[in-house]
Each structure stands twice: as structure tokens, then as C-alpha cells.
Design a protein around this ligand. Structure first.
Ligand code: CA
Length: 405
């Protein structure tokens, strides 16, 4: 796949996030009300204001849920029609120009209504690192881990769009890990670099991995903010609760699964054969370069980790297939977090917990200051893109600044 050239300013920049190949879906506000838009080059196209050969009513609300519910045939038709209208040489240039708004003149809102939010634990490196810290190297992976993507049901109410400030949470903590707990602000606040899959089709019964893949409308970057001290005390035996219930940030653009088709890759070798309901009919991972940056208050942004989504042991399609396997009904707007994505090295880890090994080995920032966990005023940002030949499929940025408790 090569760059598809467009007449829109900035869309043919080889390092730009939003070429014609991408067309990610968001919701913007420019002082004239919140509307659905598609990012292209340096602009957002007001898709509800232009003539399209689609069913009525898809863009009446400022969210992509109605469009997603219309199904894969409509998703494909929309994409084909927009790509033709925005391509170099299109006859619709004059007509569409009046419906372009510069990206730097808009505020981006939640792109869809999150109906439910589930968080998985699908990176083997992350699960091994955390398991080693919490239970020792012999018991790093729980006995179920190589057989299924394990997860927990999170809170849709806590999902916020990139740019929303995050308040440091209070919770029950045991200082030093023993004795009586106290109720206090978290002192071990962390990020989790994840890929979020947005379910675009409902289901009410088991799905094969192939069917699950076809039901995923697109992907976002997801930061599952985590309070490690609250988590360590509360997680036995039912898993995370308040440690992860205060905020989860997502990037403002849903990158369509169709835009990531050229970047499909096969996941890691299976250590043990998977049961039938998790067997993949083909490559289900995506080659997406990911990075984490930290900006201290008033300071310089610096990259603190780089990794890739291609190494996930369980693909988003496997996560969804497993989620539906009991008969669990899935809804349009279900959000599935992959779990923290880490590589093998310290600077490839998707959480500070791993980068600093539980706070034992602090990071030294460019200004000489150290970080074990996040401090008030710090801004953490996730970045992601798939690299094509002469173009990129960018996700935009998923950022949040920590406010005092
Ligand atoms: Ca998580």
C-alpha cells in the first residue's frame, strides 16, 4: 500500500498522522456545537454537513455509535466514498472545502459513547514483569495465562478523552505493605500504555475469532491510569477495583480497522496450543509503533519508552472472542483495553512500575530530576502510528496531566 494522495493541505506529508489512507473518526467542537468529523491532513471534515450516499441519521448525535451500528457494509461504503471525494483530482473539492475546519481551531471530545469497558492483560512481557514483582519469578504467569486472555470488567463512566486532567486518587493503602491500612492519596501513581479496540457490532452469543475481528470498528490509544499502592492492597482475590476506577484516557480519534489492514502481522509463537474458540484464522495482530512521553510541569517533553503492539500474545480479536465465549452480550461502543503493552527491555515497558522495577530503579529525566512514579503536574502522553511506505497511520496523542488529590 502506498500513500493515497489528497488535495487537502498536509494530507500528503509522509510523517503526518492523517493521510487519506487513515480517515480516523472523532467528535469536534468549534464554537458551533459538537459534531462528528474525520481527520484529514491539518483539517477535520464535518461529515454530517456533506452529501453522502448513506442511510439517514448516522451523524445526528455527536458520537460515532449510530454509524458503527449501521454495520461493516456502511463502514466500507463511507470510506470508499470519502476517499474518492478527497483524492487528488476529485470534482468535489469546491463543495467540500467549506466543510473543513483547521484541527488547531477545534476541541476534540469523546469520539463515541462507551457502553462498557473491559481491560485485558494480553502482553506476556508485562504479565511476566508484574508477576515477578508481585509473586516471584517462579509464579510470574498465573496458570491460566497461556490458555486465555484474562481480564476484568472496568467502568465505562471513568473513560475520558485525551487532554482531560486526571485527579490523583485517594484510596486504602498499607504503608510499607504491612500493618493497618490508611486512607490517603496514592503515592505510586502510574500509567498503562494500551491499545483499545472499539466494538462496532453487537452480539449475543459466542463469536469465532474471525467474526470478532470483523465486529471491531477501530482502535484507539488507551492509558489505564493505575494506583499501584491501592492495587497491591485490594487486588486479592477479585482483581483491580478502585486502583483503576478513577480515570482511563483514550485518544480522540478512532482509527478504522480498515486503515490498519496493510499492517496485519502474526502474533508470537504459542507456547501451548490454544483451545478452539481462540484459534486465529489468520494474522490478527497489527504492527503499531508505540511510545510514552513524560513532561514535567514547566519542563521539556521526553520519550521514556518505545514498544510495539505486534508482540501482544492475544490479539484484540481473540480478546473479543473470549469475552463473548460464555454468551456475554457485547454492545456497540464496547471498549476493550489490551492490557499494558511491554517489550523485553526496560525502555520498552508500558508502565513506570516496570520501567523503575517497582520504584527501585528511578528514571532520570533530562532536567536531572528522578521519577519512581508520577508526580503532580506531570503530563504523560501516549503516541502511536503504523508506518507505511511514504505514509503513516497516526493515532493522534493520548495525554493527561495529573492534578493534586
Ligand atoms: Ca490495564
Amino acid at each position: 500500500m502506498m500513500l493515497m494522495r489528497s488535495w487537502i493541505g498536509g494530507a500528503n506529508d509522509p510523517n503526518g498522522a492523517f493521510p487519506l489512507n487513515n480517515l480516523p473518526c472523532g467528535v469536534f467542537e468549534d464554537g458551533r456545537g459538537a459534531r462528528c468529523g474525520v481527520a484529514i491532513g491539518a483539517f477535520v471534515l464535518d461529515v454530517g454537513a456533506i452529501a453522502l450516499d448513506l442511510p439517514d441519521g448516522l451523524f445526528e448525535a455527536p458520537s460515532w455509535n449510530a454509524f458503527m451500528a449501521a454495520g461493516p457494509e456502511v463502514w466500507a461504503r463511507f470510506r470508499t466514498e470519502l476517499q474518492a471525494a478527497l483524492a487528488e483530482g476529485s470534482a468535489r473539492e469546491g463543495e467540500l472545502t467549506q466543510n473543513l475546519v483547521p484541527l488547531d481551531a477545534v476541541r476534540l471530545l469523546m469520539p463515541f459513547t462507551v457502553s462498557e469497558y473491559t481491560d485485558f492483560y494480553a502482553s506476556r512481557e508485562h504479565a511476566s514483569n508484574v508477576g515477578t514483582m508481585f509473586r516471584g519469578p517462579e509464579n510470574a504467569l498465573p496458570p491460566n495465562w497461556l490458555h486465555m486472555p484474562i481480564g476484568y470488567n472496568g467502568r465505562a463512566s471513568s473513560v475520558v478523552v485525551s487532554g482531560t486532567p486526571v485527579r490523583r486518587p485517594h484510596g486504602q493503602i498499607r504503608p510499607g505493605g504491612e500493618g493497618m491500612p490508611v486512607f490517603a492519596p496514592s503515592a505510586r501513581l502510574d500509567i498503562e500504555l494500551e491499545l483499545g479496540a472499539v466494538v462496532g457490532q453487537p452480539s449475543d452469543g459466542p463469536l469465532s475469532v474471525g467474526e470478532a475481528d470483523a465486529a471491531i470498528f477501530g482502535y484507539v490509544l488507551l492509558n489505564d491510569w493505575s494506583a499501584r499502592d491501592i492495587q497491591a492492597w485490594e487486588y486479592v482475590p477479585l482483581g483491580p477495583f478502585q486502583a483503576k476506577a478513577f480515570a482511563t484516557s483514550i485518544s480522540p480519534w478512532i482509527v478504522p480497522a480498515a486503515a490498519l489492514e496493510p499492517f496485519r502481522v502474526t502474533g508470537p509463537q504459542r507456547e501451548v496450543p490454544l483451545l478452539d474458540h481462540l484459534v486465529e484464522p489468520g494474522p490478527m495482530n497489527h504492527d503499531i509503533a508505540l511510545a510514552v512521553s513524560l513532561t514535567p510541569e514547566g519542563g521539556e517533553e521526553q520519550i521514556i519508552a518505545r514498544t510495539n503492539a505486534r508482540g501482544l500474545y492475544y490479539s484484540p480479536a481473540q480478546q473479543l472472542a473470549h469475552h463473548a465465549s460464555s454468551g456475554c452480550p457485547m454492545r456497540v461502543g464496547d471498549l476493550l483495553g489490551s492490557g499494558t503493552i511491554s517489550g523485553a527491555e526496560r525502555d520498552q515497558c508500558g508502565s513506570l512500575l516496570e520501567m523503575t522495577w517497582g520504584g527501585e530503579r528511578p528514571l532520570t529525566l533530562a532536567d536531572g530530576s528522578e521519577r519512581r512514579f508520577i508526580e503532580d503536574g506531570d503530563t504523560l502522553a501516549l503516541h502511536g502510528h503504523a508506518q507505511g511506505k511514504g505514509y503513516r497511520i497516526g493515532f493522534g496523542i493520548c495525554t493527561g496531566t495529573i492534578r493534586p488529590a
